[in-house]
Design a protein around this ligand. Structure first.
Ligand SMILES: [Zn+2]
Length: 432
């Protein structure tokens, strides 16, 4: 009989890993970097460079799954490495808590994902390579750790086209999250279907994709759904703004700002970035990107303008502040001393770094006060509200639902006849 087990995301947000097994065959859905289950590794205490996987496995901080990892990476742990030809990995999206351990997978094991996910992962490799060559190049992506191990070879899969693997048939469907290519999977097993949402929301740009996934998954034996917001009741989680509203607010600010605009965004929310670039262009502004951000976006395939803070460029901006929007990292903030800023300019915090509550965020606010720059915040979350999560369960009406990727799985309360089971780490649950 086929089984499902959970090797990450159990009682925590992130590090998702869903394993489906039958007759020695394995399909692993997601391979997120582990949040420390043991509490042994907390910054600045981290696994030793180059042997991170070994150091995590040794203390129970990485999934104990045989024939998944490269043999050299698990040497000395007692875990069987190298492919036995019966394991395949499928990735829902390119956030580190879903893809972060792929660098350790044995290269003979196929890793499938959306083409966009492969492109984002490639772009991160390019960022990592650039940082090796340029010492001033800061790896400011909070998710830089995903560059652990060797760059994985990801096989792009077409949407809604089943992949056969051993006794399984695995089909990818696009869903909506704040990164391109975000997908859910449906795995046909001999004992029934397992649907896995990955990270999901209904307030993004493509709620219809989520509906289509739910239709395809309707009546599944098992549903594994993320529940990030379940235990986190705030206005933002319960009534998130839509990406459309975010675009509208941004448009409004661009339309009414006469001076220079400064902005901070999340690199992987590429659809928002593309949308903001279009809006800026419409109002005669160019977004100028830091070299780290530009390297990433260019490697993904976008054409962008770079901010290099050269005297010639600063002169241009001084002459026409109304023609530019500068993307800033926390590192860049002191440049406001040399930029034409003041009451007519604006700093937009659009889900980027620094978070306003962090020490760097407080420092940012002092800089803005000192130079009389108004601060605007806008943005929305990548995760569905508790109501949206319940709605998706209702649409799919599985026999059993396992809430994952949440610290409050017990707050998922499905309508009968669906039964909710709070999963335990590493325990195998029969399907059907
Ligand atoms: Zn996640």
């Amino acid at each position: 009989m086929a089984t499902v087990s959970f090797w990450g995301g159990v009682g925590i947000t992130g590090s998702s890993k869903v394993l489906i097994e039958d007759q020695g065959w394995r399909v692993l859905l997601d391979m997120g970097l582990d949040r420390p289950q043991t509490d042994l590794y907390h910054h600045p205490v981290s696994p030793r460079p180059g042997q991170e996987l070994h150091d995590r496995l040794k203390v129970g901080d990485a999934p104990w799954i045989p024939h998944l990892f490269r043999k050299d990476a698990v040497a000395g742990t007692g875990l069987a490495g190298n492919s036995d030809g019966k394991t395949a990995v499928f990735i829902t999206h390119s956030h580190v808590d879903h893809i972060g351990l792929t660098g350790w997978i044995d290269p003979d094991i196929p890793i499938y994902a959306a083409p966009e996910t492969a492109r984002v992962r490639h772009a991160l490799t390019v960022v990592g390579e650039a940082a090796k060559k340029d010492p001033s190049f800061e790896l400011i992506f909070a998710e830089q750790v995903m560059l652990e191990g060797a760059p994985p070879h990801i096989i792009p899969t077409a949407e809604a086209q089943p992949v056969e693997f051993g006794p399984f048939q695995i089909t990818r469907y696009l869903v909506d999250h704040d990164v391109p290519g975000a997908s859910g999977y449906i795995v046909e097993t001999a004992s029934g279907r397992v649907a896995y949402t990955g990270d999901i929301r209904l307030h993004g740009r493509h709620p219809e994709w989520v509906k289509r996934f739910a239709q395809a998954a309707y009546g599944s034996e098992v549903l594994v759904i993320e529940g990030t917001t379940l235990g986190n009741k705030t206005r933002d989680t319960e009534h998130p703004a839509t990406e459309e509203q975010v675009d509208k607010t941004f448009t409004d600010i661009v339309e009414h700002t006469r001076g220079l605009m400064l902005i901070t965004l999340r690199p992987r929310n590429i659809e928002r970035i593309e949308s903001f670039m279009r809006i800026a262009e419409k109002f005669g502004r160019q977004i100028l990107w830091s070299k780290e951000f530009a390297t990433f976006l260019e490697a993904y395939g976008l054409k962008v303008w770079r901010m290099d803070y050269s005297p010639a460029q600063l002169k241009k901006i001084q002459a026409h502040p109304e023609r530019y929007i500068i993307q800033m990292w926390p590192r860049d903030i002191p440049w406001v001393m040399d930029l034409p800023v003041g009451k007519e300019s604006v700093f937009i915090q659009a889900d980027g770094d620094p978070k306003l509550t962090s020490p760097a965020g407080r420092s940012l606010q002092h800089w803005l006060q000192r130079y009389h720059i108004p601060l605007r915040t806008l943005g929305t979350r990548g995760h569905g509200s508790p109501e949206a999560i319940h709605k998706i369960v209702e649409w799919i009406r599985p026999k059993i639902v396992y809430p994952l990727h949440t610290h409050a799985p017990e707050l998922l309360l499905p309508e009968p006849p669906t039964i909710r089971i709070v999963p335990e780490y590493g325990r195998r649950y029969p399907i059907g």
